[in-house]
Design a protein around this ligand. Structure first.
Ligand code: SF4
Length: 476
């Protein structure tokens, strides 16, 4: 017998059993009380079992199970606390009294009890409405959970008119996707026979593009993904930077979306960034952040990915802790409270939407300073100033600040955690804003036209994450 037939049979037997029990017990019914609450003769075992049956709904089985799978076994404490405190207290404190009251007042429901106990019709209406509203919400989740169970176990779908099956050998992304049961049904194969393939990055590139596409003949199918004519093109400073460093690199990242393993510098920078974000946000909220708090956030945001060896990872981790100590000492001494932290922005330049996040802005006496933290290495202040002056990101942020606040920021700052804090400062001018505008325009024009030639400057290729798969890389 097939799995589907077994599930159907169990369902039919269960429904049949319910009908038989209903028919047999209906002969003993004398009044409404018998029907609803078993004539108040239900013992502790039946009460306990029916309570558990009601409690273990799809919210607990599917929702609780999924929650546990996602966040770990510690989530069991939520259920334990619910049962130990919520249910036990309700039973001990309320159970007996409610039973005595409802028997005396001859009521069967909570709205009925409230109305009789307080001699107020309004209490019945109010509690009935509250129960109806919340039961609808609750039941939606229960029914949805049941739908998922039917879908997974019996291959049933809730599609009413049309049902489309789509299939691909490789959906992209990091992990292979589990094929739907519908695919095995449609192909009349057992699920074990459906194999999920994961293409190599090189195979993906070969499938999507030419080895060295000519700027004059952009690939038509890719252009479908790109905004044409006056359609709004959304760009971040990162996208603009990627395009202006090497258009082919932009194509790998943002058009072909070729996945790459995260570099250890990204892991390190992210963990430091999370700790600094917490510090600055706490500062705005008037809360203190200890160095132990910073290290804890750093530890939690850390991922073991991309490091060369275990020893290399340990060295970087210790370096990060040291950098946070320097940061903490510097920030405590400096004492300035940021005006904005992690503030999102977006503005339009004709049909280009520029989006981004200001890491930190300090506004003192109306003068704004845009600050960004970097974990890349600089040797001294002179180098830090040079990097700040040349930062395309900060120039675009200066333009964003001008568009949003109506004036140019007085200062741009890059704070390098090397691990000591080395600050590069620069006062932006009209030239900075014009340079940002021209960079945006050049990137947008090239992207809209589908021009993605390789820029073979040696430095770009040396640090490019696609170097190992790029057929156009410069290797001298
Ligand atoms: S390896 Fe060089 S040419 Fe290839 S995408 Fe990267 S930067 Fe561009």
């Amino acid at each position: 017998m097939s799995e589907k037939a077994i599930y159907s049979l169990v369902l039919v037997l269960y429904m049949g059993l319910l009908i038989i029990v209903g028919l047999l017990t209906s002969r003993k019914l004398r009044n409404v009380e018998d029907f609803y609450i078993g004539g108040r003769k239900v013992g502790p075992w039946v009460t306990a079992l029916s309570y558990v049956a009601a409690y273990f709904s799809s919210a607990v089985i599917i929702g609780g199970g999924g929650f546990g799978y996602k966040y770990g076994m510690a989530t069991l404490w939520i259920g334990a606390a619910n049962v130990l405190f919520g249910c036990t207290l309700a039973w001990i404190v309320l159970g007996r009294r409610l039973r005595e009251f409802t028997t005396r007042l001859k009521t069967m429901t909570v709205p009925g009890f409230l109305a009789e106990r307080f001699s107020a019709k309004e209490a019945r209406i109010l509690s009935a409405v509250a129960i109806a509203v919340f039961l609808v919400v609750y039941n939606v989740s229960i029914l949805k959970g049941m739908g998922h169970i039917f879908e997974v176990l019996m291959g049933m779908t809730c599609a009413k008119e049309d049902f489309y099956l789509r299939s691909a050998q490789d959906y992209g992304g990091k992990r292979p996707r589990e094929p739907s049961l519908f695919v095995s049904e449609a192909l009349d194969l057992s699920p074990a026979e459906i194999k999920v393939l994961k293409r190599s990055p090189l195979a993906t590139i070969t499938r999507h593009g030419k080895a060295n596409p000519s700027p004059a003949t952009p690939i038509e199918e890719e252009l479908v993904l790109l905004p044409r004519g006056k359609a709004v093109l959304e760009l971040s400073h990162q996208k603009i930077d990627d395009y202006l460093i090497c258009p082919m690199k932009y194509r790998y990242i943002h058009v072909l979306k070729v996945p790459i393993r995260r570099h250890h510098a990204v892991i390190y920078g992210y963990a430091i960034h999370q700790a600094i974000k917490l510090y600055n946000m706490n500062r705005i909220a008037g809360r203190k952040t200890t160095i132990a708090d910073l290290k804890e956030i750093f530890r939690k945001a850390w991922h073991t990915e991309g490091f060369l060896t275990r020893h290399h990872e340990e060295l970087r981790f210790q370096e990060g802790l040291k950098a946070l100590e320097y940061f903490h000492a510097h920030a405590s001494e400096d004492g300035v409270i940021p005006t904005y932290v992690e503030r999102h922005f977006s503005f339009n330049e004709s049909s280009i939407r520029i989006v981004g996040i200001f890491g930190r802005i300090d506004v003192i006496d109306g003068d704004g300073t845009i600050i960004d933290y970097k974990t890349s290495a600089v040797t001294d202040e002179k180098q830090a100033i040079k990097r700040t002056k040349e930062s395309r990101q900060l120039a675009i942020y200066a333009l964003a600040y001008e568009r949003l606040f109506g004036n140019t920021p007085v200062r741009l700052e890059l704070r390098f955690l090397t691990p000591q804090v080395i600050i590069g400062r620069y006062e932006p001018s009209e030239k900075t804003i014009q340079k940002a505008l021209s960079d945006i325009e050049s990137a947008a024009t090239g992207i809209r036209a589908g021009r993605f030639p390789a820029d073979l400057t040696y430095l770009a290729c040396t640090y490019c994450p696609y170097r190992s798969i790029c057929p156009a890389k410069r290797s001298d």
